[in-house]
Design a protein around this ligand. Structure first.
Ligand SMILES: Nc1ncnc2c1ncn2[C@@H]1O[C@H](COP(=O)(O)OP(=O)(O)OP(=O)(O)O)[C@@H](O)[C@H]1O
Ligand SMILES: [Mg+2]
Length: 296
């Protein structure tokens, strides 16, 4: 393993331009005995002969943890998620999930995108069973699909055409489809950013609850520190041009505090916003709208 991958345990002053990853006062080291489930070791990437998009990205994720990857538009978040999912191959470095290096897509990890990408001529049930069908497990669908529809609160909608559903309901169908094959990891690329604020907040809480109840590991890409504070146990903040890990910090909130109504949530969101502003090289004042949940 490359030396550059050990994230500093000290607390140096925050510097967005620093090439070395830094931690914040609330960061914790992964205990040696708790083997990380996902290991990202020195990932660097560029498209063709273009400028480097990602440089020496290193972090670990524990099994069952919810990690938010936060960074400005164009910093390489989606690229990183694709590399984690084995949808493309990094120029340098390696990703391990469990004991195995990621060399391609797998049914153990599933990606969810901003758009639900459902098949409009199929019912909710048929859309949800697709993952199982592709996995050669169609016979399990009869039992599994009703289970996941119940998890996402769509039990009554199995026979409905997906075109008749709202955007939030469609995104829930996409979530059920992702959960049906019982993956270990869900990779979420801003899956709620096209939804209205109310639906977005309710789905954010729901997805965390479902992930925790199933012991799922979530890696969530977002621009929105409020989304990170609602959903994640930890946040990794990336710089841009190229994307590097600039901070790795715990989100120390009890589940009861994961609501915009609580003081602890507002304090944590303000702390993350400040950190994000420092990493992004912008003032906290110009970053304020993001605290309130706007996607961009
Ligand atoms: N297929 C591609 N070919 C060439 N360049 C690409 C490709 N995909 C992304 N890029 C470039 O890589 C950089 C990072 O893109 P990426 O989509 O990963 O950013 P992002 O952080 O997800 O942005 P956003 O928040 O806007 O979704 C951008 O400069 C983008 O133009
Ligand atoms: Mg993106």
């Amino acid at each position: 393993m490359r030396q550059t991958c050990s994230i500093a345990k000290a607390t140096p002053p925050m510097n967005a331009l620093s090439p070395a990853p830094v931690t914040t006062p609330q960061s914790r080291a992964t205990p040696a005995e708790a083997r990380p489930f996902v290991r990202v070791d020195g990932i660097s990437h560029r498209y063709g002969r273009g400028a480097p998009v990602l440089e020496d990205i290193c972090f670990n994720v524990r099994r069952g943890e919810v990690l938010a990857l936060i960074g400005r538009s164009g910093c390489g978040k989606s690229t990183l998620l694709h590399l984690l999912a084995g949808l493309s191959t990094p120029g340098a470095g390696q990703v391990h999930i469990g004991d195995r290096p990621v060399t391609g897509p797998s049914n153990r990890w599933v990606m969810m995108f901003q758009s639900p990408s459902l098949f409009p001529w199929m019912t909710v049930f048929q859309n949800v069973e697709l993952g199982l069908r592709f996995d050669g497990r169609r016979t399990q669908a009869k039992h599994r699909v009703p289970q996941v529809l119940e998890l996402v609160d769509l039990s009554a909608f199995g026979d409905r055409n997906v075109q008749d559903l709202s955007g939030g309901q469609q995104q829930r169908v996409a979530l059920a489809r992702s959960l049906a094959p019982e993956p270990d990891i869900l990779l979420l690329d801003e899956p709620f950013s096209a939804l209205d604020a109310f639906t977005r907040r309710s789905l954010q809480g729901e997805v965390r609850r479902i992930a925790k109840s199933l012991g799922l590991t979530l890696i969530l890409v977002t621009h929105d520190v409020g989304e990170a504070a609602l959903m994640a146990d930890r946040a990794v903040l990336l710089t841009s041009g190229p994307g590097r890990v600039a901070a790795d910090t715990d989100i120390a909130l009890d589940d009861d505090d994961r609501s915009e109504a609580t003081r602890a949530f507002r304090a944590e969101t303000a702390r993350l916003s400040q950190l994000y502003a420092e990493v992004a090289g912008m003032s906290a004042a110009t970053d304020t709208p993001r605290q309130k949940g706007s996607a961009r």
